[in-house]
Design a protein around this ligand. Sequence first.
Ligand code: LMR
Length: 328
Amino acid sequence: PLKTLVKMLAVASVFATSFNVFAEPIEIKFSHVVAENTPKGQMALKFKELVEQRLPGEYKVSVFPNSQLFGDNNELAALLLNDVQFVAPSLSKFERYTKRLQVFDLPFLFNDMDAVNRFQQGEAGQTLLNSMTRKGIVGLGYLHNGLKQFSANTPLKNPADAKGLKFRVMASDVLAAQFDAVGAIPVKKPFSEVFTLLQTRAIDGQENTWSNTYSQKFYEVQSQITESNHGVLDYMVVTSDTFWKGLPADKRKIIKEALDESIALGNKIAAEKDNQDKQLILDSKRSQLVTLTPAERQKWVDVMKPVWAKFEEQIGKDVIDAAVAANK
Ligand code: LMR
């Protein structure tokens, strides 16, 4: 009877493993640096919902917002170590892995988010999703946040107004060069530190989307926001080659579809939040809106645009041309 029992248990355990009856679901970790009430935060939660709905008991997605698990300085390294399976850094944060994505940081390149979208979905943009595969990073799609605005505690109307001020930038040489061009001092810092740096006046200003400026409360510690729309802050949702190829093909397909749908939702939220969060900031009266006349804006273009030439070789003229062409 003992022998029979052992046999039965063995059969049951093979059954359980093959049909995943008692096995714990496989955990997929998605780490990001923003709040949950943002395009990326909402996209990640939708992804969790869809994966768990479509692969019940087999996979579970754990979302870690607000740099809780990994921040700007280590999320991509963690991805390559398989300590996290999905991250979606802004396109400015891949410099160590490819120089080609720097195209997105060139100041005054895109006229609007429609142009950004056309470029991303076009041939050049789609090719850029694979620009880090040799480093083990797989680009699965672009996610929008929006156009960036400058903020400070002084009205930035003319480029000369920024002279000598310290601005936080993401870890991007192009963004640093953009502030160098106006005689400002760029300081590369992780997102999680920006509020405190502004609050303690260790830095004078920053550049970000309405959504990030709102959800991080930057507007509470910056008295002026210049509506400059001078650059784009978008994301690439990435995974590691090891993790991605390790998934059974049928599961990979379901997960990719869930991701595409979540990104579509995130993009819709990004478009809505851009206006809503701007309005919430203005309603708060903590921060004043600085608008630029066409002539004033042109001055910023004139001093910042020479940055393009400095990075043309690294990025590739073909890539820059494709981005410019997306404006029409
Ligand atoms: C930033 O560092 O300002 C942004 O990239 C944060 C984010 O992920 O939106």
